[in-house]
Design a protein around this ligand. Structure first.
Ligand code: NAI
Length: 397
């Protein structure tokens, strides 16, 4: 079939298998060029392993450390002649490379929040990798159905007061003022339920009780702080409240792991990048378009793979890494450089629809967005007939 992009708001409902494979290959090439990470963990469990930061973490593990990985994600396989989701294709492409090199690679597709999935994953993990020495929690989800059967939904809203500020309509390329009403207490509670640390903590306690964490194992989750211009909607908003809960969870898990297995828990505060999750946050696409121009011009731009390589090298292989207390490391140091943020702020004040493409990297942003779904990738013939079926061979069901 011929697969074309079909963008609906901040999501593309189709994905191209060859384009996704090309994007994965680019990340693999980056890691190969940077070299082996000899001391990185060798058996890793990754939640959210199919796209964004979780996928980059898996690529660094597989390619940089030749690590055995068990990846968890929630993706759509191809069915009824429709293409699969991008994360499915990404995983199929990475798996092919891993298996060719005899690197153990297992995956599980489903709702990681559910008790049934947890039970199956524990069995699957025991039969495949056995104990793991690192657990990465990189889920980004819009909702979570908890053990009690209640479904909680996350919202992206300010807290305490309404927010009025610039944003961009990514379809039309129009900058406009948006107004977002503050979240209710219940919306804050629900967002923390979905994107806070509760589920991470449940997983880690479960893995310890099932003796699936090796002595001295590390677990990490990813967070974002960003600059003041995004704070009303991010750090000081509902998602920021969830991230604060994630940070408190890291402290608690660090105590728990150090007591039980001499292990540790960490939060890595990452840079803003274009992912399926971040595209849905108001203000962020405009901020990213400006940030990318400034960082590219200054030769400082990084995507997921550069940061995840830096994280693994810094944590496990003697590389430099900015630390903040016992449970936090920062990869947002380049984004938050004063000279970068001064320039972002200067552009932010002047940006409008007519200068969007000159003052920001809006075209780069849009290309980056489409590439998440395997479109606009170099070397891919989008007029060619492609088979939408791509098997993930070691899928635990
Ligand atoms: P993403 O949207 O690219 O990836 C989300 C992953 O979660 C996918 O693998 C998806 O299949 C999986 N997933 C979603 N719901 C699931 C469920 N119920 N069960 C199992 N798997 C599920 O997201 P992204 O942006 O890579 O986010 C990962 C983490 O990084 C999040 O905690 C996010 O807040 C954080 N982060 C993101 C930044 C950004 O700019 N994108 C910046 C800093 C931190």
């Amino acid at each position: 079939m011929i697969i074309q992009s079909k963008v609906r708001g901040f999501i593309c409902i189709t994905a191209h298998p060859d384009g996704c494979a090309a994007q994965v290959r680019k990340q693999i090439d980056y890691v190969r060029a940077r070299g082996e990470l000899k001391n990185a963990p060798k058996r890793i469990l990754i939640f959210g392993a199919s796209t964004g930061y979780g996928l980059a973490s898996r690529i660094v593990s597989v390619v940089g450390a030749k690590a055995a990985t068990f990846g968890v994600f929630y993706e759509r396989p191809s069915a009824d002649g429709k293409p699969a989701s991008a994360g499915w294709y990404n995983t199929a492409a990475l798996e092919a490379v891993a298996l060719k090199e005899d690197i153990p690679f297992y995956s599980m597709n489903g709702d990681a929040f559910s008790s049934e999935f947890k039970k199956k994953a524990v069995e699957g993990l025991r039969k495949t990798l056995g104990t793991v020495d690192c657990v990465i929690y990189s889920l980004a989800a819009p909702r979570r159905t908890d053990k009690d059967g209640i479904t909680y939904k996350s919202v992206l809203k300010p807290i305490g007061q309404s927010f009025t500020g610039k944003t961009v309509n990514t379809d039309k390329g129009e900058v406009f003022e948006t107004a977002i009403e503050p979240a209710t207490d219940d919306e804050i509670f629900q967002t923390v339920k979905v994107m806070g640390g509760e589920d991470w903590e449940e997983w880690i306690r479960l893995l310890v009780s099932e003796k699936l964490l090796a002595p001295s194992a590390t677990t990490m989750a990813y967070s974002y702080i960003g600059p003041e211009v995004t704070w009303p909607i991010y750090k000081s908003g509902t998602i920021g409240r969830a991230k604060a809960h994630l940070a408190e969870t890291a402290d608690r898990l660090n105590d728990f792991l150090s007591e039980h297995i001499q292990g540790k828990a960490l939060i890595s505060v990452n840079k803003a990048v274009v992912t399926q999750a971040s595209s849905a946050i108001p203000v962020v696409p405009l901020y990213n378009s400006i940030l990318f121009k400034v960082m590219k011009d200054a030769g400082l731009h990084e995507d997921c793979i550069q940061q995840m390589y830096r994280l693994f090298a810094g944590l496990f292989d003697g590389g430099a890494l900015k630390r903040d207390g016992a449970t936090c490391v920062h990869l947002d140091d380049l984004e938050l450089k004063p000279e970068v943020q001064t320039e972002v702020q200067r552009i932010w004040e002047r940006i409008n629809t007519s200068n969007l493409r000159t003052l920001s990297d809006f075209d780069g942003y849009k290309k980056n967005f489409l590439q998440l779904f395997g479109f606009e990738c170099e070397g891919v013939n989008y007029n060619a007939d492609v088979d939408p079926e791509r098997p993930i061979r070691n899928l635990i069901v």
